[in-house]
Design a protein around this ligand. Structure first.
Ligand code: ADP
Ligand code: MG
Length: 354
């Protein structure tokens, strides 16, 4: 364990937006089709933030301005929510143990704690010291000793941080990490940006977190392909879901991991807060479809930890706000009943809640 382990890391994008190009061509076609349409333009851009590639596309009369505002908002939130950087609320809390936090950060913390309570701690932003032990925070990957994990786990628990509207204190926790929820909050915010610039259609893909604004410019639904965990780099999808005004967020072990070459074991970045080890719940991919990007983001991570039975139980209690598409390690696919009509797959699909 003392020796430097040779490791390899790979990041792939989980959910691929099939329709961005289609949307673009539809927008061009629309230009000749309707009176007003020559004023509707599609703008799209890419930016690297929150440790991932983000793609933004929007259509409307002021699409260039909307795109610019969207990118500025991404950069502002990246600086505010990352675990490093001078402007980061999270860095301030982690460094000083207590800090004043902005309204945006407070809103995320409040929601994160609510989801932690509801998922019995499967989702837990106080996981940061464990992420650090595995090297996921600085890409210096290593397999920690069991004793190290056990000792840090004493400082993990969603009830430990003390949160009061505009301030956050670590309490007995050792650090906070919003990596499982920040992109979802950001995509929600981008929908508001699109709204304020009067966009007629839009779509963002923040490192696999997809969120669609309204419908495509030709009036059809957005088609989101969900990566198959066994062939994440290929065009073989687990399935395709058709949506409007929804976030589609996937978590999977294939998204970020390293291989410990001394044991050839793979270790991924979704941690079970009860054990400190990468979650092995029997699920290989969890997709959440919801109006709320923030909920979808946090729950895709939580369901990955809770496993099939736990996720189904959770959906039965809280499912009015979201639907899910799950794949087990054996390759069985499950989709919740309200989403079944919108989901197509070339594999056999089991329906939950019929
Ligand atoms: P990605 O960020 O790759 O899209 P996820 O949304 O599933 O994937 O989030 C994984 C990230 O969330 C990790 O990189 C880490 O920052 C954080 N995280 C890991 N495990 C948990 C957990 N049990 N609860 C809350 N956050 C977690
Ligand atoms: Mg997540």
């Amino acid at each position: 364990m003392q020796e430097t382990q040779k490791i390899r890391m790979k990041t792939v994008i989980s959910a691929i937006l099939i329709s961005l190009l289609a949307m673009l061509s539809a927008a061009c076609a629309a230009g000749t089709a309707s009176n007003n349409a020559e004023q509707i333009h599609t703008a799209s851009g890419e930016v690297f933030a929150m440790d991932t590639y983000m793609k933004i596309t929007c259509s409307g009369k002021r699409s260039e301005e909307a795109l610019e505002a969207a990118i500025a908002e991404i950069q502002r939130l990246d600086a505010l929510l990352s675990v490093s950087g001078e402007e980061s609320d999270i860095n301030a809390v982690n460094t000083f143990g207590k800090a004043k936090i902005s309204e945006d950060t407070a809103h995320i913390i409040e929601k994160a704690l609510e989801i932690s309570r509801a998922t019995n701690g499967a989702f837990d932003i106080s996981i940061y010291p464990i992420m650090r032990l595995w090297g996921f925070t600085d890409s210096e990957y290593r397999v920690p000793q069991r004793e190290e994990l056990e000792s840090e786990l004493e400082h993990v628990g969603f009830e430990k941080p003390i949160f009061t509207q505009d301030s956050l204190e670590l309490g007995d926790a050792h650090g906070i990490d919003l990596g499982g929820i920040a992109k979802g909050f950001t995509s929600d915010r981008l929908m508001e940006v699109f709204d304020s610039y009067g966009m007629v259609s839009g779509c963002v893909s923040l490192g696999g977190n997809v969120q669609c604004y309204k419908r495509k410019t030709d009036g059809s639904l957005f088609r989101c392909g969900i990566a198959h965990p066994m062939y994440p780099d290929s065009s073989v999808y687990l399935g395709v879901v058709e949506v409007e005004d929804r976030a589609v967020v996937t978590s999977g072990a294939y998204e970020r991991f390293f291989i410990d070459e001394s044991s050839s074991k793979r270790y991924h970045h979704i941690i079970d807060p009860k054990t400190g080890y990468p979650a092995e719940s029997g699920l290989s991919s969890t997709t959440i479809v919801s109006k709320s990007g923030m909920l979808a983001d946090a729950l895709s991570t939580a369901c990955y930890v809770m496993g099939l039975e736990g996720s189904i139980e959770y959906w039965k209690e809280y499912g009015e706000d979201f639907d899910m598409i799950l794949m087990t390690d054996d390759g069985d696919i499950y989709v919740t009943a309200p989403l079944a009509q919108s989901f197509t797959s070339s594999f056999h699909v089991n329906i939950i809640g019929e």
